[in-house]
Design a protein around this ligand. Sequence first.
Ligand code: FAD
Length: 517
Amino acid sequence: MIQSVVIVGGGTAGWMTATYLRATFGSRISVTLVESKNVPTIGVGEATFSTIRHFFAYLGLQEHEWMPECSATYKLGIRFENWREQGHYFYHPFERPRMIDRFPITDWWLRLRRTGRFDDDCFVIPALCEHKSSPRHLSGETFEQRGWGGDQATAGGTTTEQRTQFPYAYHFDAAMLAKYLSRYGTDRGVHHVLDNVTDVVLDSRGWISHVTTAEHGELHGDLFIDCTGFRGVLLNKKMGEPFQSYQETLPNDSAVALRVPQDIATQGLRPVTTATAQEAGWIWTIPLFSRHGTGYVYASDYITPDQAERTLREFVGPAADGLEANHIKMRIGRTRNAWVKNCVGIGLSAGFVEPLESTGIFFIQNGVEQLVKHFPDKRWDDALRDSYNGHMARMMDGVREFLALHYYAAGRRDNQYWKDTKTRPLPDGLAERIEQWKVKLPDSESVFPYFHGFEPYSYQIMLLGLGGVPLQAPPALGAIDESAAERELELVGQEGRKLVTELPSQYEYFAHLRGLT
Ligand code: FAD
């Protein structure tokens, strides 16, 4: 086996990678993490996917231990506001549609309702979001729902690709999480060096032999992991691996972010990330226990940073007064190969798409899980490396396609930015798939064929919610008795109404967990 791993970078990617490798290999492989004292982390990245629960479970961390320390809250889905037209909203919940007579409830909804809120009619989670409910009772039990694996499914050894559907993910403060994980990692033997990497030195074959630091000399290792974010200090700058931009299909290339204090005791805590469409992009709102994380993701071809900041401040209102804005230039796309020789990029160095579906941390989690599955020994088998690179490339390309659909299918066309979303080139294959979806909602046969974290139901929800692509129910439903579907649609509403009376609010739940009530 190889004996030592050196990770450069101590943001979310660096610490998730270090702790995961340590949890997997224990002391058999040494892990050193070097992070700069003065190069800041990106400072955003606070909403996740439901499969993040596998990560914490694998580390053996319980929610009551880590969540209060990271200002964390629950996320039951994403609320999309103003994407179809001003004032319209819908939820993309972490909930698979029920099946009725072999057809998903969403197909039946197209046949039987077609008016009103498809999300409320087909899923129970939107009711919980509207009522700011916690997905857990004060006793700690998760609310019951058919088809969900509950807590047993998080037992060690599971990964992002396991097909359990959890009803929630997390929001957390990224800096607090990195600090929490750094404590966890160093307690378990991760060697932590606080210093700047000033040089990356190659041997005669062009493999990394060591990195040089300003104050701690040379750090040698077998495998080097580049977690230096958009800088790509090892993978892009030293190994020369090119970056492939997605800009042609996803033009948003900038963001401006604020951390906004909130009085959650009076306002409550929405268990949902909100994505509110704007004149040249969208604004995220992420409710944490102590504050909101919020930011405007925009295309600099359409508005300036000053305009974006002004819009964000107006959106937030007086609470934004005096707060410092963080302007970020985003590199959208992926490094051609995430693994080159003995250097692997994880996190922003490997690739990034705008955070519309909160996929950055999911890429990290899947990247490190896959690295363990493909972990090399001293033979450095090319096939292992190629398999890893193929997987990571397809995963990010798949997410690009899903995000491109969000813009193409959005109903609004009220200015040049939104008009252009209908004529911009689509990733290969998507145009053809959209034609298919017009007559039959997406299913496992018709979505991007490789693992990329999203199931067909997410595509169904986006098409139903965004409203810009005409859809129709399968003609067969016209010849099937619809009474079972009518009953199920009714039942969903009843279940949602019952749950919101039984569950505590999210604020009550966390106040209780923290001993504040
Ligand atoms: P960084 O946080 O940039 O960390 C880089 C590290 O490298 C730092 O520790 C730095 O000190 C170190 N470093 C750099 N150069 C050197 C050097 N020479 N020597 C030593 N150390 C060095 N993801 C989500 O999942 N959900 C979200 O809601 C979300 N929102 C986002 C919003 C925006 C606007 C952006 C840009 C990203 C968002 N992401 C989101 C992505 C998420 O922020 C990142 O995936 C995550 O933070 C990982 O970043 P990183 O660790 O790769 O890089």
